[in-house]
Ligand binder design. Structure first.
Ligand SMILES: C[S@@+](CC[C@H](N)C(=O)[O-])C[C@H]1O[C@@H](n2cnc3c(N)ncnc32)[C@H](O)[C@@H]1O
Length: 199
């Protein structure tokens, strides 16, 4: 059986996007800091980040949703092989249309959004009600390989559209009166979002 490190390399070789090493270590540190016992992840891919989280953070439970059938099946296999199925609940579904009554570990200490970048705001609005009052929301890939800082020079039309959508989400969340946002230039750009204290 491959180690999680080997699994990460293997996924990248097969062009399956898994979280960058420094990004996942950052996420784990955040979870430890808040002593998280539950995390909802949007976008499991082959289960790498979910398995990293539960193996590095005490009694954490991760619930995760993956759209792609093949990746979901692979994730299930990896999770079972490592006997982590008591700590990871995985759903094969589209997180945009997923029936939230099926969520098993809500409310969560952390919501980690790592799926279709064009839909970040929709994921955020749909799942934020399931985050505890003092919980955190972590969003990855907000720099999109640095392109977000130079949109005018992006040649490919689809990429340009996608980067514009990511920027729209970034602007929206930074201007949102209900949340505090901290940006970290870790990996591909990560935001840690918390609810503003009510006066
Ligand atoms: C960047 S990968 C996730 C990587 C994973 N978190 C890790 O670091 O190991 C994004 C995943 O989100 C999935 N995805 C995209 N749209 C989705 C949706 N609407 N609902 C659920 N999963 C989705 C993709 O199939 C892809 O596997």
């Amino acid at each position: 059986m491959m180690t999680l490190e080997e699994l990460e390399k293997d996924a990248l070789n097969r062009h399956i996007p898994v979280m960058q090493k420094e990004g996942i270590l950052f996420l784990i540190e955040q979870l430890k800091t808040i002593q998280a016992s539950s995390c909802l992840e949007i976008g499991s891919a082959i289960g790498y980040s979910a398995m990293m989280m539960v193996t590095h953070v005490g009694d954490l439970m991760v619930e995760t949703i993956e759209l792609d059938e093949q990746r979901y099946q692979e994730a299930v296999q990896h999770i079972q092989e490592r006997q982590l199925d008591q700590r990871i609940v995985i759903h094969h579904d589209n997180a945009l249309t997923f029936d939230c009554q099926k969520l098993q570990c809500a409310p969560y200490d952390c919501l980690f959004i790592d799926a279709a970048k064009a839909q970040y705001q929709k994921f955020f609005e749909k799942y934020v009600p399931f985050v505890k009052e003092k919980g955190i929301i972590i969003v990855d890939n907000l720099d999109f390989h640095g392109m977000i800082f130079d949109i005018d020079h992006i040649q490919n039309r689809n990429t340009k559209q996608l980067v514009k959508k990511i920027k729209r989400f970034k602007d929206w969340i930074f201007q949102n009166a209900d949340y505090d946002v901290h940006y970290y230039a870790v990996g591909d750009g990560i935001c840690v979002i918390t609810r503003k204290d009510k006066q």
